[in-house]
Write a protein that binds this ligand. Sequence first.
Ligand SMILES: Cc1ncc(C[n+]2csc(CCOP(=O)(O)OP(=O)(O)O)c2C)c(N)n1
Ligand code: SF4
Length: 273
Amino acid sequence: MRFLRRENLPHIWCVGCGHGIVLGAVARAMEKAGVDQDRTVVVSGIGCSSRAVGYLSMDALHTTHGRALAFATGIKLARPDLRVVVLAGDGDLAAIGGNHLIHAARRNIGITTVCFNNGIYGMTSGQYSPLTPAGYRTTTSPFGHLERDFDLCRLVQAAGATYVARSTAYHVHQTITYITRALNHDGFSFVEVFSPCPTYFGRFNRMADPVKMMQWLHDGTVQAGQAARMTPEELRGRVVIGEFHRTQEVPEYARSYREMIARLAEGGDHGAG
Ligand SMILES: Cc1ncc(C[n+]2csc(CCOP(=O)(O)OP(=O)(O)O)c2C)c(N)n1
Ligand code: SF4
């Protein structure tokens, strides 16, 4: 696969970790989307998932925890001609980086973001994140998590993202399709992918065997079309996967920004009311 930086393999991930499957889906989607690797930058924060950018054969920025989208926004504004892709974890994007996420979505800046959602902070040994489902055990919720998790897709859509989808490491083909569409999208595109962490999430929830985690992804999810025909009782405890939102009606921010600069350079009006 031409998008993998083979000299950096083997990867650091544990046996049974879903992050390698998600990275494989990203690389395959890049192939399908016809990505030009000389004109693409991948950006990550810090975390097991954020190591993904180091395995892709293109310019990569491994930044600070939570700030992947801030760095990516700077790149896209400076070089709107480049394709900018963020790969990061749920802790990175929804906790410390939550504000960057909602504001990147609000601006509709042309960045594709893939959230590797394992429901915990994997790299720092399994603390709960804003995406830990209620009731599940983690190192910091050993008696079961009391808080409710974000529906990150709904949050990002409400904030203004123009492409929003969710899949899992079990539903690989679906994941590749959504990431391909996200890469081809003009605007802020967001794909959340459930990615099993047997080492921490699994071990604390009687799913240390990676196969059990895959079974959990299969049994615990329902496709959006099917979910539309189910009652709230039938849906309880199951996560809906699918393509939730797709529109090209909102202008992409980096282009609008460039157009304003060009207008001003030509001595045009400042656009203020
Ligand atoms: C500013 C800052 N705060 C905290 C940390 C410690 N830290 C490193 S990775 C991480 C969480 C990683 O979780 P996530 O982003 O979900 O990725 P995962 O490891 O689960 O793939 C934390 C809290 C840090 N490196 N920098
Ligand atoms: S700790 Fe979890 S998320 Fe990190 S590499 Fe291992 S299985 Fe993957």
